[in-house]
Write a protein that binds this ligand. Structure first.
Ligand code: ADP
Ligand code: ASP
Ligand code: MG
Length: 409
């Protein structure tokens, strides 16, 4: 008897009718002999609605109280799914994150899972029950409710699969797999049969929100067989697995878009050892993650220094940078929160030269100006103005022939 973790995202449990369909699907899997743990998200739009309520009261609600609030979204859907399962004769029980004991650290709104107690779940499974678990939430050592960051139900599912040593973790969503790029932007994007953990990790980090980054990290670390599938139509979906299981590697597997970007520049600071640390130290102290960094070649011993942050952190980063600029006697600070990052990703890049220049040429032919560039072994990213976001993605998808499997570069 296989032990399988299913996860259903917001759209898949977006109404009572949809929850009924999920219950039917779970019943079928159970009848086929699987032991099942089902992780669910809040109904689509619910987490945003709750966030909106809190933000209508204050701009920055307390992290602890926000978690108490946001966790209710998933508490609703676990109960409804368990009720729907019982109604069709499936023995089911629902648990919140705290009830399972999904122990996390104390970082409210972006907590990390430390440990999962699988005993209770194993006991229920042994007695023939389907166990329904709230995604996105856990509890810290002091009993405070925590949440795992947006999209966190994916991570709950994979972490449960790892902790229970499940045979497979199946992420059911509103697309039938991982595509060469977001099919909402490029309708002719192609579903990938297999993606390596490493590629998926890059794709998720660079903006493909089909899986939360942390869930892919977990899957890779604990070797969880992970599959993304549609909750509405049958199909093989996309398998995410270790590189040695992937037979045929495309050079480029996908194009990603990240809209959550902003850049800041400090102008005319003296080009001396320690300057980067002086500028970025206070930003790091404020818990702001810096992504790309460019320091220009200085003239007259002075230099300009540019870096990117998450768009949500733009205002705070700007305030900090202005203080630093005053201390350093810089000639000014500029910023832009209308930028996006577009990337090409593929493990095959390791062994192929010339892909970056092909990327830059394709963008240039469309008159798209590149503002910043960064590369790693398996990706090339560029920053462009947000008005070119979709055009850049479509251009690169075409330039690398990604819609056509046989032509994929
Ligand atoms: P869920 O609510 O089920 O967690 P999400 O909205 O978080 O679903 O993720 C699914 C969405 O991810 C899709 O509807 C799609 O628009 C988007 N997406 C972005 N990039 C990709 C990609 N490369 N492949 C598939 N889907 C993608
Ligand atoms: N409900 C949470 C969110 O909207 C978690 C999830 O859906 O994965 O981000
Ligand atoms: Mg999601």
């Amino acid at each position: 008897m296989a032990l399988v973790v299913h996860k259903y995202g917001g759209t898949s449990v977006g109404s009572v009718e949809r929850i009924r369909l999920v219950a039917e699907q779970v019943r079928k899997a159970k009848e086929n002999g699987d032991r099942l743990v089902v992780v669910v998200s809040a109904m689509s739009g619910e987490t945003d609605r709750l966030l909106g309520l809190a933000k209508a009261l204050v701009e920055r609600p307390s992290g602890r109280e926000l978690d108490v609030l946001l966790a209710t979204g998933e508490q609703v859907t676990i109960a409804l799914l368990a009720i729907a399962l019982q109604a069709i004769g499936v023995d089911a029980v629902s648990y919140t994150g705290a009830q399972v004991r999904i122990l996390t650290d104390e970082a409210h709104n972006k907590a990390r899972i430390r440990e999962i107690d699988g005993d209770r779940v194993h006991r229920d499974l042994a007695s023939g029950k389907v166990v329904v678990v709230a995604g996105f939430q856990g509890v810290d050592e002091n009993g405070n409710i925590t949440t795992l960051g947006r999209g966190g139900s994916d991570t709950t599912a994979v972490a449960m699969a790892a902790a229970l040593a499940a045979d497979e973790c199946r992420i059911y969503t509103d697309v039938d797999g991982v595509y060469t790029t977001d099919p909402r932007i490029v309708p002719k994007a192609r579903r990938l049969d297999v993606v390596t953990y490493e590629e998926m990790l890059e794709m998720a980090s660079l903006g493909a929100k089909v899986l939360q980054i942390r869930s892919v990290e977990f899957a890779s670390k604990y070797n969880v067989r992970l599959r993304v599938l549609s909750s509405f139509v049958d199909g093989p979906g996309t398998l995410i697995t270790a590189e040695d299981e992937v037979m045929e590697e495309a050079v480029i597997s996908g194009v990603t878009l990240n809209r959550d970007e902003a850049k800041l520049t400090i102008l005319g600071v003296s080009d001396r050892p320690g300057i980067a640390a002086t500028i970025l130290g206070p930003i790091a102290d404020a818990n702001i993650e810096v992504d790309m960094i460019v320091q220009n070649v200085g003239s007259d011993g002075n230099t300009d220094f540019t870096f990117t942050v998450h768009r949500n952190d733009y205002k705070t980063a700007m305030e900090i940078l202005q203080l630093t600029a005053a201390e350093l006697g810089a000639s000014g600070v500029t910023g832009d929160n209308t930028i996006v990052k577009v990337s090409i990703v593929g493990v095959g890049m390791r062994s192929h030269a010339g892909l970056a220049s092909r990327m830059f040429r394709a963008l240039a032919e469309e008159g798209i100006n590149i503002q910043m560039i960064s590369t790693s072994e398996i990706k090339v990213s560029v920053v462009v103005n947000e008005k070119y976001a979709e055009l850049s993605v479509r251009t690169l998808h075409d330039a690398f022939g990604l819609h056509d499997k046989s032509a994929a570069a």
